[in-house]
Ligand binder design. Structure first.
Ligand SMILES: Cc1ncc(COP(=O)(O)O)c(C=O)c1O
Length: 390
């Protein structure tokens, strides 16, 4: 498989015979002789997937849904938001997250992102008001946010305003990441995951999961995803049994897939530490167990955005190696978000966005590809720096 020309691999995981077997089993349910199957027999796979997820992530409740974006949509439905409700999210992130917030009817409030591309907790504290009903944080590219500090800030503000603020974690790119040895769902009211095809694990290209300890939220989600079951004004946010059956197999592989990503990232960081100066390499230590959905770094502070962009082009042109920008400030990528923010700008986050760059990383890269990528990157950096000094 020639993966290296892709900045963000089109498929983040891989399938083998076990997934094929799972698909074949589900296929039989739809075959001619099987129309006598009961509804419960058909739905059983979804419950099995949810139970396996709860047990893997040591959480009370898991609800499988059709995508990561629909997960956030229905979590926000539970909060019955209106235009006096404020929801805070950091300036750097994936645009879908922000579109869900805007569609919920709440006011989107941005705070700054930090140099790790995660939420800047100081800025978060400054943004929380008495109208803040929820904070949506994204664990960017596999790196957990500073959960202790975030919860400290939220607790402090809840006491100050006498309000309740829900913490929602976007772990779409961080399935299996740990903060201080614990799952992200331990620190959040609700956490959601994506199984879209590029993610750490995938359920035939689309899919998502919500985890929570809150029984009220759980009951709501179960009803809402199935047209409300007569209790809520719900819709169809369901995953299919075939996707769930693949999810069960993929979940068993998650540790192996993440360990491969981490091993490749560790060697890359060692190599770059030796050969590059002033680059900010991705965090990965005992407290921050990074699953490296992407290998994201910041180019040196004295570089211009143009130099960063030239580096990406140089890697592609001379080595056919893909790099991507994941992500810049979110209002640059979507007019609806820019409009919702009334063109408010975040220069500190913009500066970070102008320095970020992610180099292809996939669990199936072999050692030769890995070495080629690392050497090519260092050589490309030298070239760009030389060009600029001439
Ligand atoms: C950070 C982040 N949040 C949310 C989503 C939405 O997930 P989905 O594509 O499953 O709707 C994605 C990606 O697709 C993402 O990268």
């Amino acid at each position: 498989m020639n993966l290296i020309h892709l900045g963000e691999p089109e498929i983040g995981s891989f399938y083998d015979d076990e997934e094929l077997e799972a698909i074949k089993n589900e296929f039989d349910i739809f075959s001619k002789g099987s129309t006598f199957k009961t509804k419960n027999e058909i739905k059983e796979k979804i419950k099995l997937f949810e139970d396996a997820f709860s047990s893997k992530f040591n959480v009370n409740y898991s609800v499988a849904v059709s995508s990561g974006a629909s997960a956030l949509d229905i979590i926000l439905e539970y909060l019955s938001l209106n235009n006096n409700s404020e929801i805070i999210a950091p300036a750097i992130g994936f645009h879908g997250t922000y579109l869900s917030i805007i569609r919920s009817g709440a006011k989107l409030v941005l705070c700054d992102s930090d140099i790790n591309l995660n939420v800047d907790t100081k800025s978060l504290e400054e943004c929380i008001s008495k109208n803040t009903l929820a904070v949506v944080i994204t664990h960017m590219n596999g790196l957990p946010c500073d959960m202790d500090e975030i919860n400290k800030v939220i607790d402090k503000k809840e006491r100050e305003f006498g309000t309740s603020i829900k913490l929602i974690g976007d772990a779409a790119r961080s399935c299996g990441s740990l903060y201080k040895g614990r799952n992200l769902s331990d620190y959040e009211w609700a956490t959601y995951y994506s199984f879209q095809r590029k993610k750490q694990i995938t359920t035939l290209g689309e899919g998502g999961m919500i985890t929570t300890k809150d029984k009220f939220l759980y009951d709501f989600l179960i009803s809402f995803r199935s047209f409300g079951l007569g209790k809520e004004l719900g819709g169809n946010f369901k995953i299919t049994p075939m996707q769930a059956s693949v999810g069960i197999v993929q979940l068993k592989k998650l540790n192996q897939l993440n360990n491969s990503r981490r091993t490749i990232a560790k060697r890359r960081t060692e190599y770059f530490t030796k050969h590059l100066k002033d680059f900010l390499l991705p965090l990965d230590n005992e407290d921050y167990f990074n699953t490296f959905y992407l290998y994201s770094l910041l180019v040196p502070e004295h570089w211009t955005e143009l130099m960063r962009n030239e580096l990406i082009l140089y890697m592609k042109k001379h080595y056919n190696i893909g790099c991507c920008i994941a992500n810049d400030v979110v209002y640059k990528s979507n007019p609806y978000i820019a409009r919702a923010l009334r063109n408010k700008k975040f220069p500190k986050s913009e500066k970070i966005g102008s320095r970020t760059l992610s180099i292809i990383l996939h669990p199936m890269l072999d050692i030769n590809q890995e070495k080629f990528i690392n050497q090519a990157f260092v050589e490309s950096v030298r070239k760009i720096e030389k060009r600029r000094s001439e």
